[in-house]
Design a protein around this ligand. Sequence first.
Ligand SMILES: [Zn+2]
Length: 255
Amino acid sequence: MDLVWLQVERWKRVDWLLHGFLGRRGGKGTGVYASLNLSFRVGDDPQVVKDNLCDMKKAVGVHDLRIVTMRQMHGDQILEVKDKHLKEAGAADGMVTEERGLFLGVLTADCVPILFSISGRKLVAVVHAGWRGTLAGITTKMMNYLRDRYDVEPTSVEVALGPAIGSCCYEIGADVAVPLVQKWGSLAERCLQARDRKRFLDLRDLNSLLLERAGVPPGQIFKIGPCTSCATEDFFSYRCERGETGRQMSFIGWL
Ligand SMILES: [Zn+2]
């Protein structure tokens, strides 16, 4: 299987941790879903998506294990996942698990897939952050959730932000820029760029700054992979493909 599978170098060395940011290559989907679409919610043939899931799980080595996804809402709900037999955890944009052999998956095509690993703990989390989730403060909320429920210090958190649309391509209007600046002030301003009388946003940078503000050391925040809209050979991009496209999966869990 010709898979695009990006990883954090130092997480690869933790032998019980398995994670990845997958791209669109190596699946059976055709047309706008070519080829490794892993979402049942975007109009692709469900049998093809099923086959893709099965083939992908074999390729990454979790064939007999579950990758739980969520019904992503562009909000700030976080769910704790304990049931290994679930396929979908419910309506949320963040999940946490301590269960061995239960992998958490995020589906994206431009939004930021974010994976959390807690050093020395068998505890993992994921977040889906588009502009609405970023405005709602989903990453900050995840940090609070980890502290309140699991007694996690921000200095023990390592975070990887995967392939997402960059400020090279993500043109936004005042409807997005104004509320983000109102909510996050100078942090949001640092992630906005003006070119040719247009405004562009770097969502990955903004979430990374929010994580730093929540206390995660900058050396423990990793940005992995290119801009999805610049790299449509390897990644689905909602913007670049005008809304009709598949979703790639990012996942994390422990064996
Ligand atoms: Zn780009």
